[in-house]
Design a protein around this ligand. Structure first.
Ligand SMILES: Cc1cc2nc3c(=O)[nH]c(=O)nc-3n(C[C@H](O)[C@H](O)[C@H](O)COP(=O)(O)OP(=O)(O)OC[C@H]3O[C@@H](n4cnc5c(N)ncnc54)[C@H](O)[C@@H]3O)c2cc1C
Length: 309
């Protein structure tokens, strides 16, 4: 059944800065390229975003915001509208001699990484190689072994589901591992102020080396959604021990295991690769297989880093 009535389609066609893909293939909007047919609304101004969410709320139509879809398992037929922000981002506004930048949620992280290399912005190495929009990275508290994006954010402007815009000043309880504690269902990050920690001539080389290591160990050319499972930390005799789901899957010989076109990456077992036209059902089956084998062999319950539909 269609998520948008013809009156809703008329309403959206009358809005500037809004583009609707109605009952269309939305496969290309996730990095895993999952087979999916749905409705996506692309919005390029904050005013139009407000109109869009007001209208959807009025009609009782569920929606979810999608960034690069790098951590998003798209259902085969989403029962919600996807909202994609396309707010203008001018990278020439990022100046070498400034240290705070107010950026739209749709700013791409890879562009920020290139600027960090160019200007040696210290701290920005933490999101090296993470495919994301700024909004998606903040929502997920994206990070690497070098740190997390939450260390670099002053405040976040959020459009609440009632259309109000609120500024969230980041504090120590705003984030934890790969999650945030300030968004409720229907809230949308529209912009944030990000800062760097000064200039360090080592940053450029650090980023280059980190990217080199990632491309050696991770299937970056395949269609994936990054790491599928969260690593688990245990405190044993005052020491933190990390259990790596990928390492355990590798030891169990599960690399290459497939369900349909979806397989556990032969390069890194915490990644799943879409080798063809797989959809979310294949992801779920493969994830459940991996989780039950991990629990059976190691007695450890891992969790997924992505939210499964
Ligand atoms: C090859 C590869 C490598 C990866 N490596 C890493 C890594 O090293 N570290 C890491 O942390 N992650 C990694 N990831 C996962 C992914 O890049 C991150 O989770 C990233 O933050 C997702 O950003 P996105 O813009 O694609 O968000 P999406 O995947 O589109 O969305 C993720 C979640 O954020 C919400 N969201 C998106 N935008 C907004 C917004 N504006 N307002 C409110 N909510 C929003 C969505 O509703 C969804 O719940 C990797 C992914 C891939 C494909």
């Amino acid at each position: 059944m269609s998520l948008l009535s013809s009156s809703s389609l008329d309403f959206f066609s009358g809005l500037n800065d809004v583009l609707v893909l109605h009952d269309s293939e939305v496969t290309k909007f996730s990095t895993m390229k999952l087979s999916s047919q749905g409705t996506l609304i692309k919005v390029s101004t904050v005013d139009s975003l407000k109109d869009v969410i007001f209208h959807l709320r009025e009609k009782g139509t569920a929606y979810r915001v999608i960034g690069w879809g790098a951590n998003f398992i798209l259902p085969e037929n989403p029962d919600f509208v996807l909202i994609k922000l396309d707010l203008p981002f001018d990278k020439s506004l990022i100046k070498e001699n400034q240290n705070r930048f107010y950026l739209p949620a749709s700013a791409p992280l890879n562009v920020l990484t290139s600027l960090a290399q160019k200007f040696n912005f210290s701290g920005w190495e933490v999101f090296t190689g993470v495919p994301a929009s700024l909004g998606g990275a903040i929502a997920m508290n994206a990070g690497t072994s070098l740190g997390e994006i939450c260390e670099l954010i002053n405040y976040i402007d959020i459009m609440r589901s009632n259309g109000d815009i609120e500024r969230h000043k980041v504090n120590e309880s705003s984030f934890s591992y790969r999650t945030n504690h300030f968004l409720s269902e229907g809230d949308i990050i529209i912009a944030a102020e990000i800062f760097h920690k000064g200039k360090d001539p080592a940053v450029s080389e650090l980023i280059k080396e980190y990217l080199r290591k990632r491309s050696e160990s991770q299937p970056l050319r395949e269609k994936t959604c990054g790491c599928m499972f969260k690593n688990l930390n245990f405190n044993v005799q005052n020491q933190t021990l990390t259990c790596r789901a990928g390492l355990y899957l590798d030891i169990m010989g599960m690399k290459g295991l497939s369900v349909g076109d979806m397989r556990i990456s032969p390069k890194h077992a915490n990644f799943m690769e879409n080798r063809g036209r797989s959809g979310s059902e294949e992801v779920k089956k493969l994830v459940n297989k991996a989780l039950s084998e991990l629990e059976l062999h190691y007695g450890v319950k891992f969790e997924t880093e992505v939210h499964l539909p």
